[in-house]
Design a protein around this ligand. Structure first.
Ligand code: ADP
Ligand code: MG
Length: 729
């Protein structure tokens, strides 16, 4: 059995870095070559059709059938010239990853020939069988059919000779079955609400964009070693494995020089990303051994999220070319850093203003503060919902572990902005402000750009940090679709901005001057949301105690966290903003409960199999060798000498026996616990049952296996060890 491990290790030793050829000398010469972007649209589309698509992108105007036919014509010409043979609608179902179904362009022509076609309807809509995608019960009650519909705001692209059309995925009755549909709705909601607030400051603003810059962390493990670890292959994480004597204690991996084989993988990946118009920019080693990070330049949120999904897909494919497996799991290895996906988020106007960047004068700074303060308020009100949006089985291993954001949502602002909010709280008085008071406050607000420039203080331990011109949501997991978190965040902000506008308008209506009305409401929000602000060490025990005193949510249980969606206020918020209906929320939460159960179920099965089929036989084999040895000692030596010589071995035999018995007993109990949980009807109750009655066995059984790993002859151990997975490349 151990042969597999050693063969894998030998294979790794013989690997050479794979050469990578770049398309052109300059990236700018081939960037976006496989994307039907604006310049190509201009070339291949009629003026009318071009305008229709641009209108759809910029203003959300639907593209009608006639125009869709024209767009399809142009797109087809471009695709055929570039070697495409197939078309697929590409969407983000509520699974991990994306989905696609390919159709060839060909249809029957005359005289048993075929011709390539692409009609407007093929471009606009497809009907994949929805019944195999999670819907949380939305399908069962209505129809199994689902539709994908073209999202013109994200450009089509060609991968592997397939013209790929980004689409939304909805049920026959129009309910969202994916991440993109509600994300687009949330983007529209935040646009509407933020634009109205911007108009308090600048009438020229007619549109506000949400932006996202993700930072993707991942591990690379040699493919041969990966294949020799069924747990990694099937669950994405190691369910067993004693920690290596050395891992990240010396901090010698972070930002160190990139190993050559890995570097080639990165180059290859970047080239492919550039061809697809994904502006990848940053690459480096991360904290844990064999952990790396990749980040692009930020883009419009919907596009950025598509690009993140595209790149995760590319990474898997390209890693194989370089004999690596890429791990997106949030915690593939116990005891060392896990992987996150920081979501850098901001809002910007069509007049070119970043609303989270301080401006040049008191007025634009007040606008900046308005957006920061409303964000804090939205965060405070929706903390449990935001937590739920990033909570799932894999991320729950990472959150609250000592190197990752805690399961408490708080916001870091830095000392200077915090001081500014304190100052506003003090200086805004409840009566009408005197001109002097107002001037003094405005002067202070005007100072913001300097103080931000001067203070680059950074806090790596905050789950939601202000970083100078954006907020960075750090609790998002590395395997997640950013949509999950971004839907909730943008909905919450939209809802809060709408409330803010209503309150300000009411004061203005009552005769308060505009600037003073804004001051007063901001002061109120500062006070109400104070508890969400925390500039200290988010990883510390003191913070947990302090957060509890402040009444902040601290939930590490996935099912408990998901209950945040079952709340009247939340349902109302999603309804009012038009992002999710109550049915859609129910469906999604159901899917999340189900995913949670299934992930633990799979882990439990894999661990049970490995324990019984790999570990126990290996341990027994070694125990037999020891027993033989003891028997032989007895034959050769006298009573006394035998006793001395065999003592240690007999202890080992006992130890192995004890661990083996424990493993066998616990695996049996775990199977029984699963049987009980499996017959529970409600997905929610089942998830709770899996959490409390099945999940604990994963750690219990692992404990005994890891003990055996330390005792059993290395030559016999069947699974690549942590030191091999983490250091061999
Ligand atoms: P870090 O120091 O956190 O690693 P980086 O400079 O690598 O930061 O940037 C992280 C991400 O933040 C990048 O994708 C970057 O483009 C993005 N980013 C920068 N400014 C903004 C902004 N205003 N809005 C959204 N994302 C931004
Ligand atoms: Mg960052």
């Amino acid at each position: 059995m151990a042969q597999f491990r050693f063969r894998a290790l030998e294979e790794v030793l013989s690997r050479k870095p794979i050469d990578v050829k770049r398309e052109e000398n300059l990236v700018s010469d081939f960037y976006g070559m496989n994307v039907f972007d604006r310049p190509k649209m201009k070339k291949y589309l009629s003026k009318e059709a071009y305008k229709a698509v641009i209108d759809a992108v910029d203003n959300g105007t639907p593209v009608d059938r006639k125009m869709a036919d024209q767009v399809a014509q142009g797109m087809k010409s471009w695709a055929l010239e570039n070697g495409a043979t197939h078309i697929t609608h590409w969407f983000h179902p509520l699974t991990d990853g994306t989905a696609e179904k390919h159709d060839a362009f060909i249809v029957h022509g005359e005289n048993s020939t075929v011709v390539e076609t692409l009609s407007g309807s093929m471009l606009s809509q497809q009907e994949p069988d929805a019944s195999s995608f999670p819907s949380g019960g939305i399908r069962q009650t209505f129809e199994a059919r689902g539709y994908t519909a073209w999202d013109p705001s994200s450009p089509a692209f060609i991968v592997d000779n397939t013209l790929t059309i980004p689409t939304i995925f909805i049920s026959y009755t129009g309910e969202a079955l994916d991440y993109k549909t509600p994300l687009l709705r949330a983007i529209a909601a935040v646009d509407k609400a933020a634009t109205e607030v911007c108009q308090l400051f600048d009438k020229n603003v007619t549109k506000v964009n949400a932006n996202l810059g993700w930072e993707q962390e991942y591990f690379l493990v040699d493919e041969a070693l990966f294949m020799a670890r069924p747990d990694l292959m099937l669950t994405g994480r190691t369910l067993m494995g004693h920690s290596a004597s050395k891992d990240q204690q010396l901090d010698d991996h972070y930002f160190s020089s990139i190993p050559t084989r890995v570097f080639r993988f990165m180059e290859d990946l970047e080239n492919e990303a550039f061809k697809l118009g994904i502006p990848v920019k940053t690459r480096h080693n991360e904290v844990a051994p064999n952990q790396f990070e990749l980040a692009p330049i930020y883009e419009e949120l919907n596009l950025a999220n598509d690009h993140n999904q595209m790149i995760m897909d590319l990474m898997k494919k390209i890693a194989r070319r370089h004999n690596f497996a890429v791990l997106f799991h949030e915690k593939p290895f116990a005891g060392i850093n896990g992987s996150g996906k920081h979501n850098n988020w901001s809002l910007s106007t069509d007049t070119g203003v970043n609303l989270f960047s301080p401006g040049k004068n008191p007025k634009s700074n007040l606008q900046f503060l308005t957006f920061v303060i409303n964000t804090l308020k939205a965060l405070h009100v929706n903390q449990d919902l935001l937590l739920a949006s990033i909570m799932n089985a894999p991320n729950s291993h990472r959150l609250g572990a000592n190197e990752a954001p805690p399961a408490i949502i708080s916001a870091f602002l830095g000392t200077e902005i915090s001081k500014m909010l304190d100052l506003m709280e003090e200086s805004v008085v409840d009566r009408k402000m005197t001109p002097e008071e107002k001037t003094a406050l405005k002067l202070n607000i005007g100072r913001i750009p300097e103080i931000i420039l001067d203070t680059t203080d950074r806090n790596r331990t905050s789950p939601f940090a202000f970083t100078g011109n954006r907020f960075e949501f750090r609790a998002v997991g590395s395997s997640a679709n950013c949509g999950g978190a971004m839907i909730v965040l943008n909905t919450a902000i939209a809802d809060q901005l709408t409330k803010f506008k209503v309150e300000v308008d009411a004061l203005i209506e009552a005769g308060v001057k505009k600037d003073e009305a804004i001051f007063q409401i901001l002061k109120k929000l500062i006070i109400e949301s104070k508890d969400i602000r925390f500039n200290g060490n988010g990883y510390s025990e003191e913070w947990k105690a302090e957060a509890a005193r402040r009444g902040l949510t601290n939930v590490t249980s996935v099912p408990t966290s998901l209950e945040a969606y079952h709340n009247e206020r939340v349902v109302e918020m999603f309804g009012k903003t038009g992002v999710l209906t109550e049915r859609e929320i129910e469906g999604r939460v159901e899917v999340e409960f189900e995913k949670y159960t299934k992930k633990i179920q799979i882990e439990a099965r894999v661990l049970g199999d490995l324990a019984i089929n790999h570990i126990v036989p290996t341990a027994v084999q070694y125990q037999t060798t020891l027993l033989d040895n003891v028997k032989n000692l007895k034959l050769v030596f006298g009573e006394e000498e035998y006793a001395t010589l065999s003592a240690g071995r007999i202890e080992l035999i006992r130890e192995i026996g004890g661990n083996v018995s424990a493993i066998k007993a616990k695996v049996k109990e775990m199977i029984e616990a699963r049987k009980v949980a499996n017959v529970i009807e409600s997905e929610k109750e089942k998830a709770y049952a899996y959490e409390s009655t099945v999940k604990p066995y994963l750690d219990d059984i692992r404990y005994h296996i890891d003990k055996l790993e330390l005792i059993v002859d290395n030559e016999l151990w069947p699974l690549p060890k942590y030191r091999e997975l983490l250091f061999v490349r």
